[in-house]
Design a protein. Sequence first.
Length: 108
Amino acid sequence: MTAYNIVRMRVKPGSENAFIAHHDALLKSVGDELKAAGMRRFSLVKTGDRSYCVLGEWDGFDSIVKARPAMIKSLDGLRPMLEDLGGDLGLTDPVSGEAAAEYDMRKH
């Protein structure tokens, strides 16, 4: 079953270009490793002023587990660019899980 990981974060003022560049460089450096682990798609979604969500689509939840070391390494490089989200969340608000249902609206 397809799995997803979603991570919400807020970038410090003046760090947005570096934040996006970091993700570009990450995919060039570990993209093959992430694909081999089972990553299908990666999206960086701007959700507001300096606010972003990272969305990863995976072959299954075990793929997320296999890729976790590479994802943590990426996050370690991002930490200086991130602002605390408040509410005891810290720098990121991550969630992940398997799809409960999927609908391809292009086919309906």
